[in-house]
Ligand binder design. Structure first.
Ligand code: ADP
Length: 658
C-alpha cells in the first residue's frame, strides 16, 4: 500500500520555486538527472571492486533515455546502486544538505523571483529540477542486493506517495510526465505569460535530447543511450530497396555521449564550454566556474588534477561541516567524493578531482587518511593552487580581486592550518589600508613606506569603518604612514602567524609603545618633558581606574582625540579577546592601557585640575568618562551606557549654560 507523506517544509519551498521557475535554462534538469545516474553507477562500480555479487550479473553500465511522444513522457533509467525505501525518504523527501534553513532564509530575502541560477546553484536541487518540465514524477528504484524495490511519486504539490514493491533489477528509473503545455512552440500564437512559466520545448523530441546531452553531459563516463525509431526500407536479397514496399519501423539504441574523461585530455584541447559543463556536473553548481586549474604530473608518481574555483562562495563555506574535498579517481575509476585529505582546509572551496595511476584500487576512506602518496598529492596541489593565485594576482588582478572577495577570508585560514606556507600565502593576501582605495598586497604597502619606517603597522577590529576613524591612527595619518586595516576575526590569526613581511616587522598600531616610526632627537626629548608635565594627572587617573586599566600614560599616537586604549606589546588585542570569548573561551579580563593626548585642551584642563584639586570625586567621574569614550571610539561596548549618557547630558548642560 502506498502511503502519502509530506515534504519537509524547505523542500516544499524549493519545489515551488522549480515549478514556477523563471529560470531560462530548463534543459539543466536533464544534466541533473544524468549526473545522479552517473554517480549511482560510479558507486556500484566502486563497491563491486570488492563485492562482485552486487552487480547481480549486470555489469554493462549505462544510462538510458526513453522519450515517448504518445504518452508524453521522458524516462531516465540507470543500473546504478539504486536506493532503499529509507534512502528514498531521506534523499528525495528532504534537502539532504545541511543548509535547508539557510535556503529558506535566502529565498525569503531574495524575494519572489528567487529562483535564479545563483541561488539555486548553491543547493542540491538535483532531482527536484525535474519539476521544471514535469507535472508528475515517478521514481522506481531497487538497491543492489536489497530485498525490495520502491515506488515514489509526486506532483510537486507538497506531498508524495511511497510504497515498497517486490524486488526488481538493480537501478533507478525516473519517469517524467511532461507538462501539458510542453507542445512544440507555435509561431506567435502563444499566450506570453505561459511562455515564461512553462517551457515550450518538447522533451520527447529526440533531436532536443541529443543536443542537450552533447552540451551538458558528453564526458559522462558511462554510455548515455537513447532509443530512437528508425524507418528502414525493405530490401531484397541483393540489398536493394523493394520498390513500393512500406518502410519498417525499427528501434535502435543510439549512444549520445563520447564518454571521454575530460581530465585525461591535454589541457589545451579543452575549451571553456566543456569545462563549464563538466564543472556543473561535478559540483552541482549552476554557475560557471571562475578559474580552472588543470595539471598532470609524470615521473615517480603519475597523477592528474582538475580543479575549479567556483564563482560564488557556497552558503555553507563557514559552517562547521561544509562539504569539501576532491573526488578521487584511480585510473579513471571513481573511488570516493569529498576526499578532504586531498586539499588543505583553507582551500576547501575548490571543486575538482585527482586521478592517480599509482594508488591501489582497493583504497578506502580509511586507507586514504594514512597514505603517503595522498599526502604528497595534497602538498603539490596546495603549491600549484597558490602558484596559480599568484599568477592571477600579477597578470589578472581584476579576476583575482573578484576571487578574493569570495574566498579571501577562507584563504587566510591557511595561516592557521598551513603555517609552513605562511610566506607564500602572505604574498597573495589582499588588505585594506588607510589609503582607502581598494585592495593592496603587503608588498605594495611595503613599497609605499616612509623614509626611516622599519615596521608595517596594522590595526585589527570589528568593522572597517570603525577602524578607519580609530584614534590610534592619528599619529600615522600625521606622518603619512599607511596602516593596514584588518576587520576580520581571521586577521588576528594572520598577524599572529606573520611577524614579518619581507624585512619589515608587523606591528599593531594599538599595542605597546610606538617604535619603528622615524623620530628625531628633539622629538624624543619633548616626549620626556611631556611625561613629567602630566605625571600628576596620569598617576592619579591610574589609581582611580586601577580596576579597569593597567596603566594611564601620555600618548604619542593622538592628534585629535583626547584618549585611546592600547594593549601591552605582548598583550592580547581587544579583537582577539572578543574572538576568544565568542568561541566560549573563559579568560581573565585583559587590562589595557589608557593613553591621553597631551595636546588636547581637555587633557590640559584635567592636568591643571589634578594639580589644584586633591579631591577624588570629580576626577573619578572624568576618569570613567574618558575610559568609556575610548571604548566607544573602537566600537566596543561600555559597562554602563545609561550612566554615560547621563554624564554627557550633564556636561552638555554645563557647556550650554556657560
Ligand atoms: P544531490 O545534489 O545531493 O545529488 P539530488 O536531489 O540530485 O541531490 O539527489 C539526492 C540524493 O538522492 C543523491 O545524493 C543520491 O543519494 C540519491 N539519488 C538521486 N538520484 C539517484 C539515482 N539515479 N540512483 C541512486 N540514487 C540517487
Amino acid at each position: 500500500m502506498a502511503e502519502t507523506r509530506t515534504f519537509q517544509a524547505q523542500t516544499n519551498k524549493l519545489l515551488d520555486l522549480m515549478i514556477h521557475s523563471i529560470y531560462a535554462h530548463k534543459d539543466v534538469f536533464l544534466r541533473e538527472l544524468v549526473s545522479n545516474a552517473s554517480d549511482a553507477i560510479d558507486k556500484v562500480r566502486f563497491l563491486a571492486l570488492t563485492d562482485s555479487e552486487l552487480l547481480e550479473g549486470d555489469g554493462d553500465f549505462k544510462i538510458k533515455l526513453v522519450p515517448d511522444a504518445d504518452k508524453h513522457t521522458l524516462t531516465i533509467l540507470d543500473n546504478g546502486i539504486g536506493m532503499t525505501f529509507d534512502e528514498v525518504v531521506e534523499h528525495i523527501g528532504t534537502i539532504a544538505r545541511s543548509g535547508a534553513e539557510t535556503f529558506a532564509d535566502k529565498v525569503k530575502a531574495a524575494g519572489a523571483d528567487a529562483a535564479t541560477p545563483d541561488l539555486i546553484g548553491q543547493f542540491g536541487v538535483g532531482v527536484y529540477s525535474a519539476f521544471m518540465v514535469a507535472k508528475r514524477v515517478v521514481i522506481e528504484t531497487c538497491k543492489a542486493k536489497a530485498d525490495h524495490a520502491v515506488r515514489w511519486e509526486s506532483a510537486g504539490d507538497g506531498t508524495y506517495t511511497i510504497e515498497r514493491l517486490d524486488k526488481t533489477r538493480r537501478g533507478t528509473r525516473i519517469t517524467l510526465f511532461l507538462r501539458d503545455k510542453d507542445a512544440p512552440k507555435t509561431e506567435g500564437g502563444d499566450d506570453e505569460e505561459d511562455d515564461v512559466v512553462f517551457n515550450a520545448d518538447n522533451w520527447t523530441d529526440t533531436w532536443k535530447i541529443r543536443e542537450t546531452i552533447k552540451k551538458y553531459s558528453d564526458f559522462i563516463a558511462f554510455p548515455v543511450v537513447m532509443d530512437t525509431k528508425k524507418y528502414e526500407a525493405e530490401v531484397d536479397d541483393e540489398g536493394k530497396a523493394v520498390e513500393g514496399a512500406e518502410r519498417k519501423e525499427k528501434i535502435v539504441e543510439e549512444t549520445l555521449n563520447s564518454s571521454k574523461a575530460l581530465w585525461t585530455r591535454p589541457a589545451a584541447s579543452i575549451d571553456a564550454d566543456e569545462h563549464n559543463a563538466f564543472y556543473k556536473h561535478l559540483s552541482r553548481d549552476w554557475n560557471d566556474p571562475a578559474e580552472t586549474i588543470h595539471f598532470h604530473t609524470e615521473g615517480a608518481q603519475e597523477w592528474t588534477a582538475l580543479l575549479y574555483v567556483p564563482s560564488k562562495a557556497p552558503f555553507d563555506l563557514y559552517s562547521r561541516e561544509p562539504r569539501r574535498g576532491l573526488q578521487l579517481y584511480i585510473k579513471r575509476v571513481f573511488i570516493a567524493e569529498d576526499v578532504k585529505e586531498l586539499i588543505p582546509e583553507h582551500l576547501r572551496f575548490l571543486k575538482g578531482l585527482v586521478d592517480s595511476a599509482d594508488l591501489p584500487l582497493n583504497m578506502s576512506r580509511e586507507t586514504v587518511q594514512h597514505d603517503r602518496l595522498v599526502g604528497a598529492i595534497k602538498k603539490r596541489v596546495t603549491n600549484k593552487v597558490t602558484g596559480h593565485f599568484k599568477d592571477m594576482l600579477t597578470q589578472r588582478r581584476d579576476a583575482y580581486v573578484k576571487m578574493w572577495d569570495q574566498f579571501g577570508t577562507c584563504l587566510k585560514e591557511g595561516f592557521h592550518y598551513e603555517a609552513g606556507s605562511k610566506d607564500k600565502l602572505a604574498d597573495i593576501v589582499l588588505v585594506r589600508t588607510t589609503r582607502g582605495d581598494g585592495w593592496s598586497t603587503l608588498a605594495e604597502v611595503v613599497e609605499r613606506k616612509q623614509a626611516g619606517q622599519t615596521a608595517l603597522y596594522y590595526l585589527t577590529g570589528e568593522k572597517l569603518e570603525t577602524l578607519q576613524s580609530a584614534p590610534q591612527l592619528e599619529v600615522f595619518r600625521k606622518r603619512n604612514i599607511e596602516v593596514i586595516l584588518l576587520p576580520e576575526a581571521v586577521d588576528e590569526i594572520m598577524v599572529g602567524a606573520l611577524d614579518k613581511y619581507q624585512d619589515m616587522e608587523l606591528k599593531s598600531a594599538a599595542k605597546g609603545e610606538l617604535d619603528g616610526l622615524p623620530e628625531s632627537e628633539e622629538e624624543t626629548k619633548a616626549k620626556q618633558a611631556r611625561g613629567d608635565e602630566f605625571a600628576v594627572l596620569t598617576a592619579r587617573l591610574g589609581k582611580l581606574l586601577d580596576e579597569t586599566c593597567k596603566q594611564v600614560r601620555i600618548s604619542d599616537r593622538l592628534t585629535d582625540s583626547a584618549v585611546c586604549l592600547v594593549s601591552d606589546s605582548d598583550g592580547m588585542s581587544s579583537q582577539m579577546e572578543r574572538m576568544m570569548m565568542a568561541m566560549g573561551q573563559s579568560m581573565p579580563a585583559q587590562k589595557r592601557i589608557l593613553e591621553l593626548n597631551p595636546d588636547h585642551t581637555l587633557i590640559q584642563a584635567l592636568r591643571d585640575l589634578a594639580t589644584k584639586d586633591s579631591g577624588d570625586e570629580r576626577l573619578r567621574e572624568f576618569a570613567e568618562m574618558l575610559f568609556d569614550q575610548a571604548l566607544l571610539a573602537e566600537g566596543a561596548p561600555i559597562k554602563n551606557p545609561a550612566k554615560f549618557a547621563q554624564r554627557v547630558a550633564s556636561a552638555m548642560t554645563f557647556a550650554v549654560a556657560h
